[in-house]
Design a protein around this ligand. Structure first.
Ligand SMILES: Nc1ncnc2c1ncn2[C@@H]1O[C@H](COP(=O)(O)OP(=O)(O)O)[C@@H](O)[C@H]1O
Ligand SMILES: [Mg+2]
Length: 269
């Protein structure tokens, strides 16, 4: 079980796209996955066709009793392998700090819930405020999403600093695992320059390859379909990148040692 938070300071860079792309890769291989929508804009909830849920992440954070998040889990419109804790507009009211352990409310509310899943993906809002701090306090891994533009590079640095702060303060198990560069165009000199600057600053943290612009991404999201079920030119390339990214994030499979060629029974008789 791995909990991944997808974050960036900026909106529209591809957080929800990467969160849904990972969920799609997990869906494609039959993994049990929970998507937690922590953005009041609720884009992930819409793309997973959950718009009329009884409870949302706003209720979960307001309540925050251990394990209460289980009540807010619903099946997605993809199918019942992908579950969701959806968001709603009123989640905006949870962006302020409430008490000493404010950033731990999500983690407390989830309690043992993540163990029921192979993968938990948290889609963050476009800020590094209290909602994102809750995501980072819950996650094992942080994935920062950025576009290859000048200002986005600054945003990536800020996001990594936010990860470090939470890792130092409340969640020592948290690790920044990848910076995913989205909408990369290798013909664009500005993109190439910014990719170079990003790699100079963050080295191997910059995930290779970057994600290209791909029309299947908005199309599949609009149609409430996993990217991996989409059949159009370019969708396969993007789905493959998501597969590799998921492999990169998941812990390596433990080698199954062959059984020794002796039976313990002979020692028991
Ligand atoms: N690589 C891409 N190619 C084409 N469209 C993209 C790509 N990445 C994101 N989009 C589209 O851009 C918009 C913003 O992306 P989104 O993932 O919602 O950003 P964020 O969650 O950071 O606000 C969405 O409509 C999404 O479908
Ligand atoms: Mg989003």
């Amino acid at each position: 079980m791995t909990v991944v938070a997808v974050l960036s300071m900026k909106g529209g860079v591809g957080k929800t796209t990467v969160a849904l792309g990972l969920a799609s890769a997990a869906w494609d291989r039959g993994m049990r996955t929970l998507v937690i929508d922590l953005d009041p804009q609720a884009n992930a909830s819409m793309a997973l066709e959950v718009t009329d849920a009884v409870f949302t992440t706003s209720d979960v954070l307001a309540d925050a009793r251990p394990g209460v998040a289980a009540d807010a889990i619903v099946h997605s419109g993809w199918d019942d392998r992908i579950d969701v804790i959806p968001a709603e507009r009123s989640l905006e009211h949870r962006t302020v700090v409430t008490g000493r352990h404010s950033a731990l409310r999500l983690r407390t509310a989830l309690a043992t819930v993540p163990r029921a899943y192979d993968l938990v993906v948290i889609d963050c809002p476009p800020s590094l405020g209290e909602l994102t701090r809750n995501a980072l306090s819950t996650a094992d891994l942080a994935v920062v999403v950025t576009e290859p533009s000048h200002f986005s590079l600054h945003g990536a640095r800020e996001a990594l600093e936010a990860v470090q702060v939470i890792s130092d303060a409340t969640n020592p198990g948290l690790r920044a695992k990848a910076i995913v560069v989205n909408r990369f165009d290798p013909q664009d000199r500005e993109h190439l320059l910014n990719l170079r600057l990003l790699a100079d600053e963050h080295g191997r943290l910059v995930y290779d390859p970057p994600l290209p612009t791909c029309s299947a991404i908005p199309a599949s999201q609009r149609a409430v379909s996993p990217l991996h079920s989409w059949n159009s030119p370019g969708s396969r390339e993007t789905a493959d990148i998501m597969d590799d990214l998921l492999d990169f994030l998941l812990p390596p499979k433990r080698e199954v040692r062959p059984m020794p060629n002796v039976s313990i029974r002979r020692y028991l008789t």
